[in-house]
Ligand binder design. Sequence first.
Ligand code: SF4
Ligand code: SF4
Length: 347
Amino acid sequence: MLFRTITKENFRKMVEALMENNEVIGPKWRDRDTEGNKIYRFLKLNTFDELQMDYTRSYSSPKNYFLPFKEDLSTYRLEDKDWEQEIHYTIHPRVIIGMRACDINALLKLDQVLVKSAYPNPHYVARRRNTLIIGLDHEPLEDCFCRSMNSDTAFHGFDLFLTDIGEKYFVAINSDTGYMIVNRFDAREVAEDDQRRYKEVKGRIETKFKTQVDVTIVPELMDLEFESDVWKKWGDKCLSCGSCAMVCPTCYCYGIEEHTNLTFTKATKRRVLYSCNLLDFATVAGGHNFRPEAHIRLKYRYYHQFRGFVEAFNQSLCVGCNRCGKACLAGISPKVVIDDLIETEKR
Ligand code: SF4
Ligand code: SF4
């Protein structure tokens, strides 16, 4: 990895230049929540001034620029006895600015399934290849437990990664494209003073992690506590709304819908993101539901995040952003559920 610095004025010029030929996405302030906190979302930027580099939490993750909520996979046209299928992978170049380390790590986890598996998802692959990622360091929020999930720093999965060191950004460069872009805007060699300030900022970030989740024994615990009352306790509160999966940067379950016209001469195959907490997630043809109870569905979501993915890829799927905990109206979060399981195991 190479390191440079860029002044904030030159960073502005760089973003404005990127906006000329690319769709540029970044955190924008949209609203306030009931406690008066600002709500940010990753949205298309029309001007540099819309970019909020000091944003705190984005309620949903930038995942949906790679896995949209709805996506047409193919269309069919039937005429006489012949038929035609159309598939579009056309992706316009895109830049996402301000992604947190946890969200970058989330994409790397999705890559394991959607790029590196036996059946890659070509739409996702096309978006990954055509998206330039500019990450951004930040001080953790009270409830972030990304450090426990080993996702508080990113070593790859981005083109540029910025750390605010005052009037400049300290820039980690991780791709040829990133190198060429930043060098066009007078990026400088790292001076001794830049390095000192960078270490100060990193040191301050280190001290700000408040929430920890002990995940060392969680995969084993999931098996030991498979029949635990903890699942019933939290499952009975679950509203089966699916919000947790919608905001999660790593949930990728989906359903496929077929839409046909009335004469059955045209059809569209559409993928929609889904949640394993939704009532009909495990319903099969004929109407049988393999997971009719909320606590069973909740348990399986946690199993996928903290047990199944570990078995398949030697790492948890969860990156510790706690977006699911923030979105859940029933107060269910990985921290409370896992702490509860650990307490139960001790008894
Ligand atoms: S904390 Fe929740 S939303 Fe964030 S990655 Fe883990 S399961 Fe997903
Ligand atoms: S855990 Fe919370 S957010 Fe997720 S489905 Fe249940 S009530 Fe909704």
